[in-house]
Design a protein around this ligand. Sequence first.
Ligand SMILES: *[C@@H]1O[C@H](CO)[C@@H](O)[C@H](O)[C@H]1NC(C)=O
Ligand SMILES: *[C@@H]1O[C@H](CO)[C@@H](O)[C@H](O)[C@H]1NC(C)=O
Length: 404
Amino acid sequence: MVLDRMLGWAALGLILALACSGAIRQLYTNNETTVVVPVSQRASSINEECVAAAALARVLPTTLSNEATAFLAARADAPRSPPISALPQAEGAAFTRGILAAFCGPSAERHREALVASDSETTIAGVPVVRSTPKLGVALDGTPSAAGPTAMDETAVILYIHGGAYIAGSALGMAHTYAPLSAATGIKVVSVEYRLAPEHPFPAGLDDVTAVYRALLESHAPSRIAVAGDSAGGGLAAALLLRAASDGLPQPGAAVLVSPWTVLNSSRADTHATLKCVDPLISVDTLTTAGKWYASGSDLGVDDPLVSPAFGDFSAASAAASEAGRKPPAVLILVGTRELLLSDSAILARQMRRGGLEVELSVYDGMWHVWATGAQGTLGLPEAVEGVQEAAAFILKHLGPPPS
Ligand SMILES: *[C@@H]1O[C@H](CO)[C@@H](O)[C@H](O)[C@H]1NC(C)=O
Ligand SMILES: *[C@@H]1O[C@H](CO)[C@@H](O)[C@H](O)[C@H]1NC(C)=O
């Protein structure tokens, strides 16, 4: 049946590459799983449309690291994932979850081993979370380093929201996304096991994240909280700023969004069309299908500003901060030029600035979706290390030193 056939393809290295480029790269260095499928046999219609554009995408800038060049060169010839829209909803979700868990799991484990001192699954405000504390005095590959933070700042916390297109991923299974940030800052992480679509569409995930944020405000000053997330988790982090404002909660001190997915209506984002043959990982089919499932819980659908926060009004967030005599939250957005979601960051940054937030939009030439989450941080992608270090420096700068 269709799913079996698709899983068969997946076993051959036909991947639904959502968020784990480190693991994906490994596939291409493992002879058993490396496979190049002729263009005519590729599963996704995107590939047929993209034959001509793929030639252009093979031309890489000379400024990229050797590691990034090797990754992009390998992906140029790699088949894309089959469309999940062709499957019944439950099978599409199971397929996505299985692939993400299979390919991110090993990377998450390596990062836990290298960078996490202790972690545990628990609940906060009834929501499952992972609490994780970093190893101290280590570089991002886990080796001892005098440059790594030497003490943990107990007054601070990073509320982390994992990616997975709102339909897949788990806190521990995506530990590679927060462990590097935690180790580079010396700040503990609470990663939210929020409910996923299609079983739990909007606003379930945002409700869970908000409940955990609200609880963290009881034990931490808002200025000591950084909110961070990648991909769908970056979208949820942006939506949390809007939700906090409307719920009368204080704003966090800083937010870091890595390759955030903030426009769930692809007809409103330029690069969802123009980069569809360039993005080495993400397909429009995944965005459209998963986005529809998540947004089905809102009367406004994909255009709901809490679903697509790139169209949200952030002025209440900055007003709430000024009324409390605080600076508006500082936001760092990291995005690459080879991702479908480049427009999501461009639109969100302008919209947040219109609302009075302080935003840094940091665009990395040639990079792909969530390259900077640490998926390759300990596997030697220099651009990932740079991205994690930039995010860590931003958090440390805006949270400032612990109160004495
Ligand atoms: C990888 O696979 C190719 C094709 O089967 C084979 O020729 C080659 O020797 C293999 N390389 C390694 C390192 O196993
Ligand atoms: C997406 O946005 C377009 C343009 O604003 C709008 O016409 C369309 O109805 C939206 N799509 C959905 C599914 O809401």
